[in-house]
Design a protein around this ligand. Structure first.
Ligand SMILES: [Ca+2]
Ligand SMILES: [Ca+2]
Ligand SMILES: [Ca+2]
Length: 348
């Protein structure tokens, strides 16, 4: 018989319910299958007219049940003219709770920043190079026969290295939008560890991130504060730079798409500091060994550390990310540290 082992002692007691749906295989002693049957509501199974000899019985648990380790496979001896009985004791599977998807973090860290200097916002004409640093607006789009490259720089961006950027957005306060058309921008970050102001390095001279995001404005539409689409990929690329340090400056470059025929104006720091551009970033902090910042330390993280074994800080492929036991070289201690963190889940 197959029964629900209510008290978990492995043997049948009166009152323990029989189980339907268990599949019992009769096998030769070497495991070769001979016969099978599935239990009904009475939980009973049986095989008749078996030659004397050594056999095995194997149970497949009915749905929702499990068995003590090793108890699903038993050796039995059948003697001529005798009946051999074996009961399979099954246990109710613990009600499965939904598998928790690793949650990056329940309360993301949030940083909010604003342009705090007139040298930190500007509009540069792409063909002439004229850099309009001290205007009372940041003009974006097409004007004066030039497509424009806007620059917005934020100081003291208190976002640590090796974090997962969940969301990032620019906000500008539009005061004017020329009626002639939509303004479509491509937003990139300055690919710099600590971007200087736009007098020191004009927007056109700044290297840019590979990641970009489109930001489009319909003509006119309500003016005032306007938020960009999610720029997480752009910000991620900058804070993943091997030498990014928290409280460095982060600059954005807003390039007019070539099809633009009009422009919009956003308030600059010179126009009104309270209405200067803003940046908000929400992020999760990853465990040191969670190399790819997936909020879970998995085999790929251990492999990533191992793949850099032997590198020291003088090597161009060096990244402090892999130097878990910080001594300037990726060695066995770093791989061991990653391996011992394997399985840890979560970000902060
Ligand atoms: Ca300015
Ligand atoms: Ca990971
Ligand atoms: Ca090390």
């Amino acid at each position: 018989m197959v029964f629900h082992d209510l008290n978990g002692n492995g043997t049948y007691q009166a009152g323990e319910p029989p189980l339907a749906g268990a599949v019992i295989w009769l096998q030769q002693a070497d495991g070769t299958p001979l016969l099978d049957m599935t239990t009904g509501a009475d939980g009973l199974y049986g095989f008749r007219d078996i030659d004397a000899g050594a056999y095995r019985l194997e149970e497949t648990d009915p749905p929702g049940f499990t068995s003590a380790p090793g108890s699903n496979l038993v050796n039995i001896a059948v003697s001529a003219g005798q009946t051999t009985a074996h009961d399979f004791a099954d246990l109710l599977l613990a009600t499965s709770t939904p598998t928790a998807t690793p949650t990056p973090t329940s309360t993301p860290n949030l940083g909010q920043f604003q342009v705090i200097s007139g040298l930190d916002d500007t509009s540069q004409r792409i063909s002439s190079g004229y850099n309009d640093l001290s205007a009372i607006v940041v003009r974006l789009g097409y004007a004066n026969s030039n497509q424009l490259l806007g620059g917005l720089r934020f100081q003291d961006v208190a976002v640590p290295f090796h974090v997962k950027i969940m969301d990032a957005g620019l906000e500008i306060n539009r005061t004017y939008h020329q009626a002639s058309g939509a303004v479509n921008l491509t937003v990139r970050g300055a690919a710099l560890d600590d971007a200087p102001d736009f007098q020191t390095l004009a927007p056109l001279a700044m290297p840019t991130t590979t990641a970009s995001s489109a930001w489009s404005f319909a003509a006119i539409t309500p003016l005032g504060w306007t938020s960009s689409p999610n720029l997480a990929a752009v910000v991620q690329e900058v804070v993943d730079r091997p030498n990014w340090q928290p409280n460095a400056a982060l600059a954005f470059l807003l390039r007019s798409d070539t099809g633009n025929t009009g422009y919009l104006d956003a308030v600059s720091y010179e126009g009104n500091p309270a209405s200067a551009a803003r940046l908000r970033i929400s992020y999760a902090v990853c465990r040191a060994a969670d190399i790819d910042c997936s909020c879970q330390v998995a085999i790929n993280d251990v492999e990533a550390v191992a793949a850099h074994w032997g590198l020291d800080s003088g090597n161009p492929a060096w990244n402090r990310l892999y130097d878990l036991v910080s001594n300037g070289v990726i060695d066995a201690a770093d791989v061991a540290a990653a391996a011992s963190a394997w399985g840890q889940v979560g970000c902060y």
